[in-house]
Write a protein that binds this ligand. Structure first.
Ligand SMILES: Cc1cc2nc3c(=O)[nH]c(=O)nc-3n(C[C@H](O)[C@H](O)[C@H](O)COP(=O)(O)OP(=O)(O)OC[C@H]3O[C@@H](n4cnc5c(N)ncnc54)[C@H](O)[C@@H]3O)c2cc1C
Length: 392
């Protein structure tokens, strides 16, 4: 087993690190919780394009760098040092996961209409699965949104919420039940719904403690919202399979970006502890501080290795479901611990908005809930072990 990073990738990693340090971090403190005003984001992306760092995860024919999943781990981690980093490089959720899905499931016509402008960063997108009770949340088989065939059209009715980025998105990928007579796993379909389609309405952005990117986390209704059959994404009844195709790698890319936030938090804490004095010596000389720094670097190192191993399995063609679930649980919790310790080490300054830590702290809380709460991943991990599907 060889852990050496190929020289070309080391070079790219350094260039991303430099870009984030020189062009992105200086934009802090961030003006808004939702990212940057559109004109400033567009300037930043132009710089990323110029530096040949834009959309690194996309194939070259879509303007990207064609990176594999393991290479993405290193680059997304660098981007994650600032909440704006993934947006600047166009590898932020939910567009990044939606582009991945479109690449694998869209027809040539759908690629032209949706993927191409999305890849160029000209439009935004959102993904609408979650529903308020009694609909789908942790348990996607509880999906209530229905799509009924009427002639050449499908008519959607339902209520979604926490649809990230919905405000201002050009289209939504909506999960709906198309055949209630069969189990949801086989009776669910994904639809591409253009914003502005009659019956598609954004009720409100739901105020949350976590910032997210542009477009908020929205409540959305579909009322007799009719779309042609050509708006089905990836075939009738394939919704669950495709959601897995989207969510598996998306869980991992969230872990990669959050690792960057953890590394930055640790660096911030180390710097503070090395400079600040209390009780006759530097904070960094107090054993309690040293143990926190050590525990955090252990959390970061273990997280990085888990993510890289799961990425390697995905690159080998495995679905790596157990590995991505284990990563999701461990990294979400480990990164939360690292950010929490960093705030403790920085004292009152850690709570202040002079540092990025308070923003990371607010944002990271949701990571233990979205893309499957920790409890649900623990449940499925254990089920695979108990059923004998996995021995470890
Ligand atoms: C910031 C943010 C962004 C999001 N963006 C999107 C998006 O873009 N698109 C989208 O479709 N959804 C999105 N979501 C929704 C997210 O996917 C759901 O929150 C998640 O699937 C959990 O569903 P729920 O919130 O309905 O929790 P519920 O299903 O109501 O569960 C509540 C809690 O119950 C516990 N629980 C559930 N099942 C079990 C179990 N089997 N055993 C033990 N405990 C259990 C867990 O602790 C869970 O947190 C987002 C959520 C957040 C917070």
């Amino acid at each position: 087993m060889d852990f050496t990073i190929p020289p070309q990738l080391q070079d790219l990693q350094q260039r991303v690190r430099h870009f984030i340090a020189e062009e992105v971090i200086p934009l802090e403190p961030l003006e808004t919780d939702d990212g940057l005003p559109a004109d400033k984001l567009s300037d930043l992306r132009a710089k990323a394009r110029q530096a040949r760092l834009f959309a690194p995860q996309l194939p070259t024919e879509y303007g990207g760098l064609g990176l594999g999943t393991m290479a993405m781990c290193l680059i997304f981690e660098e981007a994650g040092h600032c909440p704006l980093g993934p947006l600047a490089l166009h590898c932020a959720a939910p567009d990044e996961g939606n582009m991945h899905l479109l690449l694998h499931a869209a027809t040539p016509e759908q690629r032209k209409k949706y993927l191409e402008p999305l890849a160029r960063g000209e439009i935004r997108s959102c993904f609408a699965m979650t529903e308020p009770a009694p609909g789908a949340g942790s348990d996607p088989t509880m999906l209530q949104t229905r799509a009924e065939r009427r002639g050449d059209q499908w008519v959607l009715n339902g209520r979604k919420w926490f649809t990230s980025g919905a405000q201002g998105a050009a289209f939504a990928i909506v999960a709906a039940v198309t055949d209630p007579a069969v189990p949801a796993k086989h009776g669910t379909t994904l639809f591409l719904v253009d914003a502005g389609t009659p019956g598609y309405e954004i009720v409100r952005p739901i105020p949350t403690m976590s910032a997210g990117g542009p477009g908020g986390h929205c409540e959305v209704t579909l009322t007799d919202c009719a779309v042609p059959g050509s708006q089905i994404l990836g075939g009738l009844g394939n919704g669950f399979k495709l959601m897995q195709l989207r969510l598996g790698p998306a869980r991992l890319t969230h872990c990669m970006r959050w690792l960057g936030a953890a590394v930055r938090s640790q660096e911030t804490a180390t710097e503070y502890a090395s400079q600040r004095t209390a009780f006759g010596k530097k904070l960094a000389e107090h054993q309690a501080m040293q143990w926190m720094l050590a525990d955090s670097v252990i959390d970061i190192h273990a997280s990085r290795l888990m993510v890289l191993e799961a990425a390697w399995k995905l690159e080998q063609g495995s679905e790596a479901r157990q590995e991505t679930s284990m990563c999701k649980v461990f990294v979400a919790e480990a990164v939360s611990r690292v950010i929490d310790r960093a705030i403790q080490i920085c004292g009152a300054k850690g709570i202040s908005r002079d540092l990025i830590l308070e923003r990371f702290y607010r944002d990271v809380r949701a990571f233990r809930i979205y893309d499957g709460p920790s409890e649900v991943h623990r449940m499925v991990i254990a089920r695979r072990i108990i059923s004998g599907e996995r021995s470890s």
